[in-house]
Ligand binder design. Structure first.
Ligand SMILES: NC(=O)c1ccc[n+]([C@@H]2O[C@H](COP(=O)([O-])OP(=O)(O)OC[C@H]3O[C@@H](n4cnc5c(N)ncnc54)[C@H](OP(=O)(O)O)[C@@H]3O)[C@@H](O)[C@H]2O)c1
Length: 251
């Protein structure tokens, strides 16, 4: 439970090594005794993140194994991740993959869908149940503008994220009145290791800017945000362009 001045006492980051997820986590006002749980598939990545968080003064950092590609024990992962009753759950799992490879290789395409959508559904069902039972908490789900209208360069990723975005908004509606707040975040291009090999798109931003926007959105109880905010209006236009015009756009 947040303390009297709204500082978090416990945070769960699914995608425990995500650059954006970690930036959001660091941006949250927290108590001196706050506890963090990192959940993800790569122990060494999360150990590095945990060591950095400890050196920044976070009292306790736990690590839980969670791989969205396996049909393993997702319920067990949720149980382990909820031991400290998180006030904020950030779901920042994501995988861009390679669209050209995915066009030839069904397994590569399936991996993109599994990590960005299919494998997150059982996790989100469990998180939703736990938050509802707690009767409080904020769930932040990392979506993307790429889910709003598919582009040739990354349409498998965009399709999977569109599924995640729809699921998260449905979950949000189902949690109305439970004391739980769900925030869906739709960034554009963010400079992280995920996009390091790509030319930055217009309106490219940084993990810290995303974190600032998320912290402000949690504060005001927003349900969906675009980062930067101008993307909301740009996507409003792009969504309605005829397919023939949309396909000719650069990028
Ligand atoms: N960067 C962008 O331009 C951008 C734009 C819009 C939305 N987003 C979204 O923002 C979120 C964070 O992205 P980021 O830029 O911070 O990327 P990132 O640093 O690469 O983080 C992605 C996270 O997903 C985890 N992951 C990968 N495969 C997984 C699997 N099989 N099972 C479970 N977790 C797995 C990674 O764990 P490992 O340690 O194993 O790699 C990592 O913790 C993602 O949801 C992404 O789609 C990013």
């Amino acid at each position: 439970m947040r303390d009297a001045v709204g500082r978090v006492q416990s945070v769960l980051l699914v995608g425990g090594s995500s650059e954006i997820g970690l930036a959001i986590l660091r941006r949250l006002p927290r108590t001196d005794s706050a506890v963090v749980c990192l959940a993800g598939p790569d122990r060494p990545d999360m150990e590095r993140a945990a060591a950095a968080l400890r050196s920044e003064g976070i009292a306790r950092v736990e690590i839980v194994d969670f791989d969205a590609c396996t049909s393993g024990d997702h319920a067990g992962a949720v149980d382990a991740a909820f031991v400290d009753e998180p006030d904020v759950v950030i779901v920042a799992t994501g995988y861009l993959g390679d669209q050209q490879v995915a066009e030839r290789d069904p397994e590569a395409a399936t991996r993109i869908v599994d990590i960005n959508f299919r494998g997150l559904v059982p996790m989100l069902v469990g998180v939703g149940q736990r938050l509802r039972a707690q009767g409080h908490g904020t769930l932040v789900v990392m979506s993307t503008v790429a889910g709003e209208r598919p582009r040739l360069a990354n349409y498998t990723y965009g399709a999977a994220k569109a599924g995640l975005d729809a699921f998260a908004r449905g979950l949000a509606a189902s949690l109305d009145g439970s004391g739980v707040h769900v925030l869906v975040v739709r960034p554009g291009f963010v400079r992280t290791r995920m996009t390091a090999h790509l030319k930055p798109a217009p309106l490219a931003t940084t993990p810290d800017k995303v974190a600032d926007a998320v912290a402000a959105a949690i504060e005001r109880g927003a349900r969906v945000i675009w980062v930067p905010g101008a993307l909301r209006w740009l996507m409003l236009v792009l969504r309605h362009l005829p397919e023939s015009v949309f396909r000719r756009l650069p990028g």
